[in-house]
Design a protein around this ligand. Sequence first.
Ligand code: PDD
Length: 278
Amino acid sequence: KELYLNGAFVAPEQAMISVMDRGFLFGDGVYEVIPAYAGRPLRELEHLERLQNSLQGIGLAPPLSPSQWSPIFRRLLSETPTADQALYLQITRGVAPSRDHRFPNAPVPTVLAMAKPMKQRDPAVAERGVEAVTRDDIRWLRCDIKATALLAAVLLRQSAEEAGAEEAILVRNGLALEGSTSNLFIVRQGRLITPPKGPLLLAGITRDLVLELAAVAKIPCEERDITAEELRTADEVWISSSTREVIPVTRLDGVPIGSGRPGPSWQRIDRCYQDFKA
Ligand code: PDD
């Protein structure tokens, strides 16, 4: 199985980067994860547009245009064309002669892309939903940049894992913003609510797709702040991401949400999502 590194397709064992790479030394880079179903990337252009925004956010010029990425994706996906896979893209500010926080004068970015199999959803998720915990959002103030510096997310996700939960839902100043690796939706009185885009959360591609699907399904939607209290007392809570799609959260901090079972609005949206990706 090959991956793409700096213009060449190589076996993973042959793919080497320098210890002086700023991605390694500083987490000075950005990334994307693009789901691909049976060889077809979902919302490819939207993901590449977000990648451009992330690059702009860290002051790095895009090394490849969307039309240059496409053939790379096709080649990476072609080894197992019928499988569902996730494309991972990472661009760092490259190798500098010494460890210096300041940008190098003429950075040569390190560009990586690889595909990995995406597992099918466990049927238990649709039957019973998953458990989540709430955690204080200990991340920085530019969560709109999909940065490879993920230490806070790593610690939060691990803390959820150790609590026996699938996700940590992050609360800052009394507001529930998103999960450690996902966006957040609640349903109250038949209305779908998700926090507005801004610097404190990632503008999820799945999030946008869910809002589009909900509009088509005539489910009323609101983009507004969600308090931690509204989260606890919601009829339904969902999380969304490219690799997990839309998942119902049925227990929060050990307490059932709504009926404690995946709700009717989730079932509708999940059907729409499954049809859309097919
Ligand atoms: N994470 N919010 C955060 C903090 C995320 O890390 C992610 C995705 C999302 C959902 O975005 P999207 O729908 O575009 O995948 C929201 C990816 C999957 C990851 O880090 O692996």
